[in-house]
Each structure stands twice: as C-alpha cells, then as structure tokens.
Design a protein around this ligand. Sequence first.
Ligand code: MG
Ligand code: MG
Length: 256
Amino acid sequence: MFHERRINIKTPAEIKIMREAGRINATVLAKVKELLQPGVTTADLNAAAEEVLKSYGCVSPFKGYGHPPFPSSITVSINDEMVHGIPNLKRKLKDGDVVSIDCGTVYQGYVADSAFSAGVGQVSQEAQTLLEVTEAALHAGIAQMRKSRRTGDISAAIQKYVESHGLHVTREYTGHGVGKDMHEGPQVPNYGAAGTGLPLKPGMTIALEPMVLVGTYETRVLPDKWTVVSADGSLTAHFEHTVAVTEGEPQILTVL
Ligand code: MG
Ligand code: MG
C-alpha cells in the first residue's frame, strides 16, 4: 500500500545533531506561534520562519520539495486545510481560525520535522476539543515508541485515542522515518492494528504526525496540487514531533 523507504538507524552522534536540528525547528515554530493573530498573512508567517532559519544558517527541506516544487519554508493550513497549505500574501488569519504550521530544518545535513496547530483569538468548543485531542494523540503515539514495540502499536494508539473522542484520523498521510532525508522508512500510518508492523529499534528516528478531522477521514487535494483539505469542509488539526527510539524512554528531538 505504501512505498517503503529505507530505514536508517542513527548513531548517538547523529541523534545529537538531529536534536540540534530539532531545537532550531522548535525555535522557528515558537516564533511563528507568537505571531498568530487576526490580520497576519500566511506569507508573513513564512517570512518570520525564514528569518529565524537564516539566523542559524539553516534552510527548510520543504522549499523546492516535490512537484510542483513547494514554494515556501513552512506550510500554513487553515481550518478545513489539513496539511501542505501554501503561504500567501493575500491570506489573512481571522479570529476563530484553526491554523496548522509545519516546518522542517536541515542542520549539518540532518532534518528535523515538526508541526503544531493553534487557535487564532477565540475558537469554538469544537475547535478546542480538536486541538486537545490531536496533540494528546501525538503523545499517545510517542508513548509507544519503545524498543520491542511495533509501528502498528503507534498507529493503533493514535487511532484509538482519536476515535474514542468521536474524531477521525487521515488514511492517506502518514508519519515517517526522518534523518538525512526528510522521508525515510518506516512509514507509520495514523491508523492500524497493535502488534503488527515493524519492530522498533534504538536509533530509529521517526516523525509522528496525527492529522485529525472532525467530519470524516476523507480528504482531497486543491488545484494548487499541494493543499490537502477535508472532503466535507470540516475542521482539521495536525501535530508532529521527530522522536528517537532509545534503550529507554522515547526522546522527543523537536523541542526547545
Ligand atoms: Mg512535517
Ligand atoms: Mg512529517
């Protein structure tokens, strides 16, 4: 079903570099979060992110990625836009919006990948619940990132948590290994069965990223060939961390 990419086990020295990449990425996201208010354009958010990246001598792996090449360093996805929204000078944030920001950082040849969603001003109760459930689902997945567990344990934990709140997980977009490449193996879907999939090993670094929808799990891609929206126009949210499997506790790399 999914094209399986190579899994690269990282040495402690490589994980140390990825931790630095993750710290820088978290700094970028913190800056963007500060700016979330009505009237700010999505292009303004991208410009602020690029300024922080530049101050560290880093770039985002998003820029120029794919076909057509993604034009920006972050993705900004609003309300029914789930992921891959393209920053735009004309698109202004409004009170009550749910905004999802995804950013990657390349530092010394290694990638960190992380995303968050947040409300602009005052959001609805539905939006608030969506945000809380999606972030908690990410942490439910991270808790499974232990030696001897399997990728399906992560998938099942995310799906179970989200569906127990009456919400839906995407079927087409998945978490993924990350390292020198933004997308490595293993692929980690946001749904699945516990006890299935690949065994986790220390040195695996995986970007887990639950994408959650209020109405149904169906999505479609807009004519810009990037922006993924919920098929029914319902609200969506997205949280992501790059996490290392260790001999013990999972290590979240994309924090300050
Ligand atoms: Mg991402
Ligand atoms: Mg990712």
